[in-house]
Design a protein around this ligand. Structure first.
Ligand code: ADP
Length: 265
């Protein structure tokens, strides 16, 4: 029985230890949650602060570029265009950080809806991307019926969604490749398909790529730039509008198609 008593005591000690450990872990977890919340708030404050001076910088750069202050020699005009382009890139990176902190807070996306013709948006974006399309010698085909009905959507968000998909199609398609955009009215939805004949996707990654920070094949995508957030936001934007988005690919090296729907209301 002395043996039994010793075992009993040892067990009691062990239980006490476990309880203490659990308390320590709980406390650490609470501390970490606090720090994580501070980090999210810090990211949000910093992004707002970075955004503020960037707005007038971009505004004045556009004035220069558009020769509102007088005619410019071509090389100055080109430099202004570079400043504007890179400034916009910086702005979109900052906006991504803002969006991540919003996602982490569990905040809802806010939509400012108005009537939008999606074919107009697609054509505008392809126009903006023309320099890149031409340097990379990508063959672009945009087949959107001119009579697609107007959508009641947030134009800024839908533009961003399209810019992400078109940008990815360019990024993950080698020089000389193909990019097709098509649209159709299917049921009560407008369905847009963005296809490329680039690097393609393995079956097991078709869903995964819509997760935050997910990038397949770190090395090549790092080379292509980006944060792995574009598709996470694409899905958030589509779903906030009551639509759906998915990716299809016959396999690695065989190109990809991104399909999303938006209800016509
Ligand atoms: P990012 O482009 O910044 O890496 P995204 O969220 O837009 O982030 O895309 C996530 C990942 O999905 C990419 O890193 C890439 O691996 C894959 N992907 C996206 N679009 C394509 C595409 N058109 N073809 C092949 N892979 C793609």
């Amino acid at each position: 029985t002395a043996e039994l008593k010793r075992t009993q005591q040892a067990t009691m000690h062990l239980l006490e230890d476990v309880k203490r450990d659990k308390e320590t872990i709980d406390k650490l977890y609470q501390d970490m949650k606090g720090i994580d919340k501070m980090k999210t708030e810090f990211m949000s404050v910093i992004s707002h602060e970075l955004r503020t001076p960037l707005t007038p910088i971009l505004g004045y750069t556009q004035f220069f570029k558009d020769e509102k202050f007088g005619r410019l020699a071509p090389e100055y005009k080109e430099s202004a265009a570079v400043i504007e382009r890179e400034g916009k890139h910086l702005l979109s990176l900052i906006d991504s950080i803002l969006d991540v902190s919003r996602l982490e807070r569990g905040g809802e996306i806010t939509l400012e809806k108005e009537p939008v013709f999606i074919n107009v948006l697609v054509n505008e974006l392809l126009e903006v991307m023309r320099p890149e399309i031409e340097t990379r010698q990508i063959e672009v085909k945009a087949e959107l019926p001119a009579d697609l009905p107007a959508l009641q959507v947030d134009p800024v968000k839908i533009r961003r969604l399209l810019a992400n998909l078109l940008g990815n199609a360019l990024k993950f398609t080698p020089r000389g490749g193909k990019l097709d955009v098509s649209g159709a009215l299917v049921g009560g939805n407008i369905e847009i398909r963005v296809s490329d004949n680039g690097v393609g996707l393995a079956k097991e990654n078709l869903d995964k790529i819509f997760e935050k920070f997910s990038q397949i094949d770190g090395s090549s995508t790092r080379a292509a730039g980006g944060l792995g957030l574009g598709l996470a936001f694409a899905r958030e934007i589509v779903e906030a509008h009551g639509g759906q988005i998915r990716a299809e690919s016959p396999g690695l090296g065989l190109g990809s198609t991104f399909i999303f729907t938006l209800p016509v209301v």
